[in-house]
Design a protein around this ligand. Structure first.
Ligand code: HEM
Ligand SMILES: [Cu+2]
Length: 555
């Protein structure tokens, strides 16, 4: 039996919480409080998302008709490069771990902070610094290599490759330090009672992600340094004109970037495990399998990079092995989906805003994951490679899954760290509209991809027009949906009702401390029980939220 504290509904004795604990800009910029660092990440990441979103809308507007619409081909190349680089390196990779993870991880552990608070602050500043470097390239005229920086083009183009690549290099350190910090925190700071198999699944996912961050990111760092070296000193590693091998760059790049896609999706899966259980008011089905599958995904993710290079002239044997290994990823992914559905089965499902995002995730990840299979199949990939089919695939997994899970998590933990409830009506509308806008944008891209529309092209044949028009309209629906989300959340800060400690009925430890939590989270280290034990958690109205009744007092 778990012994969660029951006092949580009452504000902290002296009314102190981490938001009011100290005042002034300096108290934020140099804070060592993981919650404040998480919030600063959140603001930075959402700002980057706004910027990346504007680039996306410009790209989609250009593509609404064949020929030139609003920008020149050169500007178009820079626009999709910036869009991709900003969204991947500044939004999706740090989104869940650095922002939500920072806010929630110590709370879920009943801990006062992460293991290395100063390193945490350093990670944040490295993020800001790296982002500024990357954006400096805009002032310097932009970059046109695509987010993949493929050589030899990236070694020879006269656009601002070096600042962006340096930015990505610095961001890599931010990611590595966050990973290290989280590994040590989860390893050493679990409270009494929290054995490995009592660890919330979000934390298993963060742990698995952190391992990838620490092991894969250095490879990207070295690769990017070599690329900078190639440009500055022409040492002939990647550029065939001076004796280099451009395919080597692809190997190095994907050796990081495939695992990186799991840096994006694993934490998302972790969020979904929490949401599905809480909003079904049921213990999670197949806890151990979900936990093991996170680790399995992390391991397999290192063995499949070659599936990005089936058409690069790689040997047939390598192609076959990478194809088979890629199919393996489907197994742990499917295990998770099965367990989420089984958790909902006969649950008492509440379609609150975060749950709508979770359901969207399951659907969109289903499509994103399944469309990976024809890409992993040699015969079909030769046709689909470098078409819009790939673009649709990775948007279903990165935006439809990882970003939607981020939004789900944001809405789930929002009342916890802001202390405010947002409007459920607005929240649900924006979740539904996001789902509609997303599918309108990206589903047509599968269809045109199958028919041969290449990715990254400025112009296209007239027969693709209707797909592009639909896709552009979808993009603007998404823009409306995100504006509603932003309004809904910002409005709650000023007008929202105060949030109870546990507004949703979650059983993990973060719901036992007040909303917003005090500076040091918990007065005493709580004793952890089963993180998905919902027995005795009952709803006591809007003001009190869900309260765990001591054993024996419930029917
Ligand atoms: C779950 C099973 C998955 C399978 C079997 C799979 C398979 C593949 C394959 C074979 C490709 C290469 C296609 C080509 O370029 O011809 C690919 C591309 C890609 N996938 Fe997946 N994938 C899966 C999940 C994911 C996830 C979860 C993410 C991200 C969160 C992701 C992100 C990407 C990206 C970003 C690319 C293309 C990058 C680029 O060329 O710009 N995939 N996927
Ligand atoms: Cu991959």
């Amino acid at each position: 039996m778990s012994s969660h504290a029951n006092t949580a509904n009452h504000a902290h004795p002296n009314g102190d919480n981490f938001l009011t604990h100290s005042h002034g800009l300096r108290s934020w910029l140099f804070t060592l409080d993981h919650k404040r660092i998480g919030i600063m990440y959140l603001i930075a990441i959402l700002t980057a998302f706004l910027l990346g979103g504007i680039f996306a809308l410009l790209v989609r507007t250009e593509l609404i008709a064949p020929g030139q619409t609003i920008m020149t081909p050169d500007t178009y190349n820079k626009m999709f490069t910036l869009h991709g680089a900003v969204m991947i390196f500044l939004v999706i990779i740090p989104g869940i771990p650095a922002a939500l993870g920072n806010i929630v991880l110590p709370l879920m552990l009943g801990a006062k902070d992460v293991a290395f608070p100063k390193l945490n602050l350093l990670s944040f500043w490295l993020y800001v610094f790296g982002a500024l470097f990357a954006l400096l390239s805009i002032i310097l005229g932009g970059v046109d290599t695509g987010w993949t920086f493929y050589t030899p083009y990236s070694a020879t183009t006269n656009t601002a490759v070096i600042p962006v690549v340096t930015g990505a290099f610095i961001l890599g350190f931010s990611s590595i330090f966050t990973g290290l910090n989280f590994i040590v925190t989860i390893q050493w700071m679990r409270p009494p009672g929290m054995t490995w198999f009592k660890l919330p699944l979000f934390l298993w996912a963060i742990y698995a992600t952190a391992i990838i961050q620490v092991l894969a990111t250095p490879v990207l760092g070295v690769t990017l340094l070599l690329l900078i070296g190639e440009r500055l000193f022409h040492h002939g590693i990647f550029d065939p004109a001076i004796g280099g091998d451009p395919v080597l760059f692809q190997h190095f790049f994907w050796f990081y970037s495939h695992p990186a896609v799991y840096i994006m999706i694993l934490p998302a899966m972790g969020v979904i495990s929490e949401l599905i259980s809480t909003f079904s008011h049921k213990t999670i089905f197949g806890y151990k399998m979900i936990a093991y599958s996170s680790i399995a995904i992390a391991i397999i993710s290192f063995l499949v990079w070659g599936h990005h290079m089936f058409t690069s002239g790689q040997s047939d044997l390598a192609n076959m092995l990478f194809s088979v290994l890629t199919f393996l990823v489907a197994i742990p992914s499917a295990i998770k989906v099965f367990n989420w559905v089984a958790t909902m089965y006969k649950g008492s499902i509440h379609l609150s805003t975060p749950m709508l995002y979770a359901l969207s995730f399951i659907f969109l990840f289903g499509i994103g994951g399944l469309t990976g299979i024809p890409l992993a199949t040699l015969a079909t990939d030769v046709h689909l490679h470098d078409t819009y089919f790939v673009v649709a695939h990775f948007h279903y997994v990165m935006m439809g899954s990882a970003f939607v899970a981020f939004l789900g998590g944001l809405h789930y933990w929002w009342p916890k760290f802001t202390g405010k409830m947002y409007s459920e009506t607005l929240g649900r509308w924006s979740a539904v509209l996001t789902f509609i806008g997303f599918n309108t944008t990206f589903f047509p891209q599968f269809l045109m991809g199958i028919q041969g529309m290449p990715r990254r092209y400025f112009d296209y044949l007239p027969e693709y027009t209707s797909y592009h028009v639909a896709s552009t309209i979808g993009g603007f629906i998404l823009a409306i949906a995100f504006s509603i989300t932003a309004w809904c959340l910002l409005h709650s800060l000023f007008r929202g009702k105060p949030a109870p400690a546990n507004p949703w009925g979650g059983a993990t430890l973060e719901w036992t401390c007040p909303s917003p939590p005090p500076h040091t989270n918990f007065d005493e280290t709580p004793i952890a029980g089963d993180p998905y034990d919902m027995t005795g958690i009952e709803y006591e109205g809007e003001e009190k939220g869900w309260v765990r009744k001591p054993a024996g007092t419930t029917a």
